[in-house]
Each structure stands twice: as structure tokens, then as C-alpha cells.
Design a binder for this molecule. Structure first.
Ligand code: 5GP
Length: 199
């Protein structure tokens, strides 16, 4: 796949509840050039989620068919559900847009193997575990059982911070957003200079 050097791909990963989805949406609202990669999942939609916008909600059977047909750049089983990123959408979108991926460490590892994808990998964390627990409860999107499961996965999740280019602490949403903006500006200007050099 050949794409415009000026377009960038950003991965945002974090343990559940750190604020990644809010930040992803904030980037997209401010920077119209960004498209959010809409994943496929077998998870049931939450009451505020819309099919085709938050996720493509599919059955287990449909998801497995896509795996067998090698349609995914990456996929992972997380909290008993499958999540995956389609190759076709990424390859098409990067021609005209920057892309943000809201995916976990397993997906990041798999995407990194594709050397044609130039990824900027950002890992977000809260300042401590207690803060994360508070946010998961406050978010009120998951059952008690789900919250426990998500909280427990924190230790496993943060083991993979080393696979990322940037680690950001989301203590204050605006400050964290500013840091992401700085990273975007840095890489946008670098890719622009590189593309000019190679012309
Ligand atoms: P949630 O169920 O809270 O929407 O997402 C659970 C986790 O799945 C989050 O960490 C999110 O980043 C991750 N996730 C969402 N889409 C994908 C995907 O396409 N691939 C992978 N590997 N992870 C994903």
C-alpha cells in the first residue's frame, strides 16, 4: 500500500477507563483530517453506542468469517469479546486522512508488524490505580462484574507500555490533550518535510 506521506496513524491504548475514547473523539472534533478507525466487535452495544459509528457490531460467526478470510490487520479477544481492525478501511482511509486507532496492546503489537504502516504509538495511564477504579465506577457503563474484570486487567495491560513511543499520564484531560496535540504537530511537520525531501 502506498499512501500520502503527510498522513499519519496514531494508536491510543490504555487500560480501560483512562479516558482514551474521550480523547480520541476530542482529536477528531478539532482536527477534521483525522478519521477514527471504527473497529468490528462481537461485544453487545452499550445504550449510547451507534452501530457503524462507535463500532461495527457483528456476530461471532461473522467475525470468525472475517478472520478466516484474512480481512483484519489485527484482532484480539478482550474481556471475552473479539475486536478487530479491517485492512480495507485503513488502506482506503489513509489515502485521504490521518487515522486514530483506539485499540489495545495486542492489536498494537500486530499492527507494528506491518512495516508499510507508519504508526505513532501512544499509551495513556492514570496517575495511580485508585484513580482508575474511581473513573471506572463513575463512568457507570459496566456492571460490577465488568468493572472488576477491567480493573484486574490493569496490571497485565501496563506491562506493555514499553511497546509504545509515548507514555502520557491523563491526570487532567486538557493537559493530556495538549500533549497529544504536540505529538501530532511534531509528526505532521516531520512527515511533511520527509515527503518534500523524497520528491
Ligand atoms: P470497550 O469494550 O471498552 O469499547 O473496549 C475494550 C478494549 O478494546 C479497549 O481497550 C479498546 O481500545 C480495545 N479495542 C477496541 N477496538 C479494538 C480493535 O479493533 N482491536 C483491538 N486489538 N482492540 C480494540
Amino acid at each position: 500500500m502506498k499512501h500520502d506521506k503527510k498522513n499519519i496513524m496514531i494508536i491510543l491504548s490504555s487500560p480501560s477507563g483512562v479516558g482514551k475514547t474521550t480523547l480520541t473523539k476530542k482529536i477528531q472534533q478539532k482536527y477534521q483530517s483525522f478519521k477514527i478507525s471504527v473497529s468490528h466487535t462481537t461485544r453487545t452495544p452499550r445504550s449510547n453506542e451507534i452501530d457503524g459509528i462507535d463500532y461495527h457490531f457483528v456476530s461471532d460467526k461473522e467475525f470468525k468469517k472475517l478472520i478466516n478470510e484474512e480481512k483484519f490487520y489485527e484482532y484480539a479477544k478482550i474481556f471475552e469479546n473479539y475486536y478487530g481492525t479491517l485492512k480495507k478501511t485503513v488502506d482506503e482511509d489513509i489515502i485521504t486522512n490521518d487515522i486514530i486507532f483506539d485499540i489495545d496492546w495486542q492489536g498494537t503489537k500486530q499492527l507494528s508488524k506491518f512495516k508499510n504502516l507508519e504508526l505513532i504509538k501512544i499509551y495513556l495511564i492514570t496517575e495511580n490505580k485508585e484513580e482508575l477504579k474511581k473513573r471506572l465506577i463513575k463512568r457507570n457503563q459496566n456492571s460490577d462484574e465488568e468493572i472488576k474484570k477491567r480493573f484486574k486487567s490493569f496490571d497485565e495491560d501496563i506491562k506493555h507500555w514499553n511497546d509504545y513511543d509515548y507514555i502520557l499520564i491523563n491526570k487532567n484531560l486538557e493537559a493530556c490533550f495538549k500533549q497529544i496535540e504536540n505529538i501530532i504537530h511534531l509528526h505532521k511537520s516531520n512527515t511533511f518535510i520527509n515527503s518534500r525531501k523524497s520528491q
